[in-house]
Design a protein around this ligand. Sequence first.
Ligand code: 13P
Length: 255
Amino acid sequence: MNKNLRKAVIAGNWKMNKTPAEAKELIRAIAPLVKDAGCDVVACTPFVDLQAALEAAAGTNIEIGAENCHWEKSGAFTGEISAEMLVSMGIKYVIIGHSERRQYFGETDETVQKRTRAALDAGMTVILCVGEYLEQREQGITSELVALQTKVALGGVSKEELKNIIIAYEPVWAIGTGKTATADQANEVCKLIRDVVAELYGKESADAMTVQYGGSMNAANADELLSKPDVDGGLIGGASLKAEDFAAIVKAASK
Ligand code: 13P
């Protein structure tokens, strides 16, 4: 597998943090630090911050993304936001299936598949999250579980559409815990995801697929994680809220 065949993507997942004014400030702080990045740089923000983030990112190499979208275009879905709405305001990226959505908001593999479908139909790039809980890792079912999540989410996705999907491997036990997967553990599952993609779409598509690692990636461990052959970038939570830390990860991915 050749890492040069695919793009490194560093994406921040701000989760439920920052007001619009703070979002503007953070994007403005990040922009000069990542302007020469050798990878794609994305900041996924809360819905209410998107407009401010877009304005602050105008003319920079930072793309703005959302953290979720609904599978219907419009309708009686109180509290939800459609992919069409996001696209209409100029948003190109969306995170789907984050473990916090699965854990706290009843997201299932099936709803992840529906949301992915809707985002692709709207022309967005999807950052699709998969990953296991600690108990599942201890039971030795990480491979089966991650393969299943990947296969269900990609149900109905064509080979052409796959170009608009990034898969993020996020072991739930490493999210926000300060507990990072070792570089070898991260690489092992990122490779497994790539093998699943190869099985479904062929080697060429798998080689071109960006597979990120997420889970307590930070300025100190990014180099080692990103040096692995199947780790093509990162989905960054906590460290994406500090301009210097996020920029250091972007720098590590640009090597
Ligand atoms: P942390 O980097 O805070 O562990 O969060 C990872 C994550 O969930 C990114 O989506």
